[in-house]
Design a protein around this ligand. Sequence first.
Ligand SMILES: Cc1cc2nc3c(=O)[nH]c(=O)nc-3n(C[C@H](O)[C@H](O)[C@H](O)COP(=O)(O)OP(=O)(O)OC[C@H]3O[C@@H](n4cnc5c(N)ncnc54)[C@H](O)[C@@H]3O)c2cc1C
Length: 501
Amino acid sequence: MSDYKLNVVVAGGGTSGWMAAAAISKLLSDKVNVTLIESDEIGRIGVGEATIPPLREFNRLLGIDEQDFMSSINATFKLGIEFNNWGRKDDSYIHSFGVTGRDCWACDFHNFWLKGKNEGIVEDFGQYCVELQAARHKRILGSDQHGVNYAYHLDAGLYAQYLKELALKNNTRRLEGKIVSVNLCEKSCNIKSLSLDDGMLVEGDLFLDCTGFKALLIEGALNVQYEPYGQYLPCDSAIAIQSEISGEPRPYTQAIAHDAGWQWRIPLQTRVGNGLVYCSRHLSDENAEQLLLKNLESRPITESRMFRYKTGRRIEAWKNNCIAIGLASGFLEPVESTSIHIAMSSILRLLRLFPVDKTFSNTLVAEFNQQTKTEMEQIRDFIIMHYNVTERDDSEFWRYCKNMSIPETLKHRLELFQQTAAFPIMEKELFKIDSWIQVMMGQRLVPESYHPIVDLLSKKELEGFFYSILTKVRSSVENMPGHQDFINQYCKSKEAEGLPK
Ligand SMILES: Cc1cc2nc3c(=O)[nH]c(=O)nc-3n(C[C@H](O)[C@H](O)[C@H](O)COP(=O)(O)OP(=O)(O)OC[C@H]3O[C@@H](n4cnc5c(N)ncnc54)[C@H](O)[C@@H]3O)c2cc1C
């Protein structure tokens, strides 16, 4: 056991590949040799710029200094996502990363708020959440000391580069070249080696397929199938374009629904990332591009790029001695910025379930696959809810979404919430109660009732309860600097300063 060293080969150098290489080479340095193969000619997907808060944990694990990280990749702060036109046209709400109000042993805050609303003694639900109010007022207090829950908007290209430098420092070996064949052992069907276009043969014990939508190893060689989610998530296309900065960056992503999809705006320190996610059955590529261009807030600085994708998940993310990570293992869609997170989570899962020898037991593989499936399905349900919980019926696309059949798991939860205001959250579920409630109520799914314990409080006690939360939220937000001011003093990038990089 003490001499045991695993040769890990990472195929692909996109965000997933470099995240995997950086983490494994740092955290298991004595137990692994890591080799990463990437092809500059093929390149990376180049989108994936909005993140969610657990990425900060990952960075801490890797010993990354936040200020250096943010200034190197032109990052801004993200406190949540503003959804426009989702429940109804002209509706707007923020799904923030914060906790709203205070819960009690029997029920969550929204139960108190629902009663307060009946009594006419509450402000809007979002007024009771620090992160949401900070987002609305374009304020932020970053770093770990202040207890604000946030994530980042970042430049995808610079992010992969940042991770690459980190991985190379931790002795990851990088090989440039195109993988032209995946060679299997005839007997075990394990991957023996990868052949590169210059004739080089790269052998290994464990292969991570990070080749993006191509899924060269897991699908190309091992033929692992894909479970499609297209019946629930009908968008299958996207167009992305970058534009100039326009004023102070918002500390949140925008997701603006249109007739056959939605548009994102992701503000960085030096530019804005824009894109339109749409359903090709209901909108042509030409019209999608025109719609996106028409709705830019500033002048475009790149050509637009088109993507076609299939939402779904790899049935076995781990097969034989190959694990698919990132887009090779599945894709939901970007509305809740979950893809980089899912890649990160697969990497952490692998680290937790790291093989103790070079034979990978069926039990170990089955555990990894079960955890991956559970995670994908939980996040999938959360995303489906954005499309299904709507009153919109003004286009074919929205009529489909509103009336489509949804997974039983989700149906049960939505019904339970509507009838009782209860909402069960599974252990380790990524999106917690606060996220679900903000989106459901933001899209007008309001419970018919609330938990009876709330009636034990008198109107006066309830008023005092709401007032104390409101006062705390307001004073926290008032004491925060503006987003741009905080970036300027904490993490302004050289590029944003106009200095050479
Ligand atoms: C429209 C859109 C918007 C998105 N927005 C977000 C977002 O806001 N937030 C988020 O978290 N995620 C988002 N994502 C997902 C995000 O882009 C990916 O999760 C992330 O970039 C990781 O991609 P990857 O590394 O798996 O794949 P890729 O970036 O495609 O990397 C694949 C790698 O494999 C290499 N490769 C492929 N074939 C070969 C070969 N034959 N030989 C050698 N190398 C090869 C490529 O060169 C590349 O290095 C979005 C995705 C799309 C499509």
